[in-house]
Ligand binder design. Sequence first.
Ligand SMILES: C[S@@+](CC[C@H](N)C(=O)[O-])C[C@H]1O[C@@H](n2cnc3c(N)ncnc32)[C@H](O)[C@@H]1O
Length: 251
Amino acid sequence: MEFARRDGVLELFYDPESDDVTRRQQALYDMVAAHYDGVFSQHVTEHYLDKRADVVEELLPYGGLVLDVGCGTGALADWIQRRGYSVYGVDVSTGMLREALSAGISGAFAGFSTALPFASDTFDLALSVATMHHLETPQRVSATIEEMGRVVKRGGYVVVSDHNPLNPYWPLLMKRVPQDHGDERLVSMSELVGSARGAGLEIVRACRAGFVPDFMPAGVMPAWRWVEGIVESTPVLNILAAHNVLVARRP
Ligand SMILES: C[S@@+](CC[C@H](N)C(=O)[O-])C[C@H]1O[C@@H](n2cnc3c(N)ncnc32)[C@H](O)[C@@H]1O
């Protein structure tokens, strides 16, 4: 099998997965790549990068090898790398990956989430953020989680964070941002949990997290973090949090 390199990005597209959905995703993200990191204000972006990196640190307190599936421009991979982890990334969009390479993620490759170009039993943790809702079908979501489970070692973690369909703000926000085109399918927590179980993974936790909207002024952030903590820890109220977060483990 021969692999191409496009704009400096190694394309490791195994499998005949390239159908309409994937081609649309590639075209869309190639187009928005240069502006993607500027869509949300820096303090809001960094708030969520910290929260996600904290989960990695909690699960792998002594470091490890991490894979970011749907890594986009590599902002999270970079954030985690700065905390001392070795991070690889995979994404369908070479445009996004070009940004990731220039952000210093040298292990960023083009590939399908449903056919990850890595050997089984490789990573200590595989994570995916804001990618599941772009996969459009339940089959792709479950195939992606299965692949994440395959490439982590025994005892390794699979972490998925994606838009919570029960949070009423997403449909409004998604109409405004350039990276969403209306073809997205928000994925419920029960679907994420079911897919992880179907892939033979043990559920460590399934929770809802995040409550900082994009328009939050920087000066209000310290007080708002407290509000976010209340929302996350209050049963029923936490149904409204921004993200479904699934942590699963390969037995
Ligand atoms: C909303 S962006 C999220 C990027 C990054 N994880 C973040 O949190 O900023 C969704 C990413 O998923 C990628 N993507 C969509 N479908 C994919 C697939 N089948 N395989 C791999 N990546 C995919 C897109 O190219 C895009 O970079």
